[in-house]
Design a protein around this ligand. Sequence first.
Ligand SMILES: [Zn+2]
Length: 453
Amino acid sequence: MDIVKYLARYLTIPLFDKREGKTIGPFLKELRESQYYSPGKIRELQLSKLKDILIYADKHCSFYTRRFADCGFNPQSFSSFEDIKKIPILTKDDIRSNQEHIVSDRFKIKDLFYKRTGGSTSVPLKLYVDFQACDRKLAATLRHNSWANYNRGDKLAAIWGDTEREYSFKEKVYNYFNTRTIYLDTLLMSEDYNKKFIQKVRNFKPTVMMGHAHSLYALACFIEEHKIADLGIRGIISTAEILYEHERARIEKLFGKVLFNRYGCEELSIIASECDQHDGLHIHAEGLHVEVDGGDETNPGRLIITDLDNRGMPFIRYEIGDMATTKTGECGCGRGLPRLGKIYGRTADLLYTPDGRTISGISVLDTFTIHIPGVKQVQIIQDKLDVLNFKIVKNDDFNDKSLGSFKEKIPLYFGKSMKYNIEYVEKIVQTERGKYRFSICNIPQEKRGAKPL
Ligand SMILES: [Zn+2]
């Protein structure tokens, strides 16, 4: 029996929440109820929250005051989802150029939670979220986690990038009594490293795995190849990358129907995820209004999202850069939350190193390239095992120091024997259906050096 699980769930996690000033419980209770509202009642709730945020933004964010006036939109007379289409789409460039005018005059910057993100197009973005919205978003994430058999206090194996480092005593205590997580660093995945990680899983006994889709798949291949069958995993949450059908099939063959696809982003947190019916992804509709512009059940459309909770820096009709299909009809789980069908969007291939490691492109984006000042967008193309070609779109902040830190980081991530070329380009070309590919690996399977995937 896992006593710490109950100690964490009912005592230490609530205490940590209290200390951090978080209010999660009431929001989570609300969301657990509202997920079973009828679709009509959920739409009503959305419409009313949408009107509130539009009126609020008009009053408190000079960017929207001007924008609404320019397009002749009056939030006071807003009455249907169609009305919102009069408002121009909010692009990432709009946010970059108008950041301080999008932030509400009701908040001081220091009272907001700051985030920096690569977003789905690998273009860095700075944004702010008010703390109540942070709590609501965390509550939504916890609700969606529970659909995947993952509840607070449960042990987790997280498959992320750049997690292998020395943790302070305080962090260790926090992890022991709160997050209860062991990490597989996706930047280090090699035969030996994976073996050690599997041993760690056996000792720690997590019940849930969460991570980047391709890395989960790479790990599943390793597990299958080594005929490992004693891990006791009952929930796998795939996130941050598009999960391909063949990846799902292989993971499910090993673990059963416990794979839950999820879609979210730094800017908005959780957007949608699968329930146990695995039939589309339920949208976090109490906190987000999602439009699938020009799409239907078969053809993907642009995702345009309005955040109904974040008043610190409202996102109204934000174009996230991904596409999705819709999903109509009722879900077998009985939840009234609307669904997306398939997500088309951020794609990042795995990259390979001469020393036999497999590196997740998304991890490189998350932990390296978006943090270099002046780098607007990056694409990595690998044609040979020991050469990487970086395409960089610069902005005005790019200088010698940026280039220096870029060059400094490359061997840290890819090893000293990795050669590289840097090319400055005007833009990164999108592929079909508007996808941006952050990393592309053109090395034939048999020459990849690392274990075949
Ligand atoms: Zn469902």
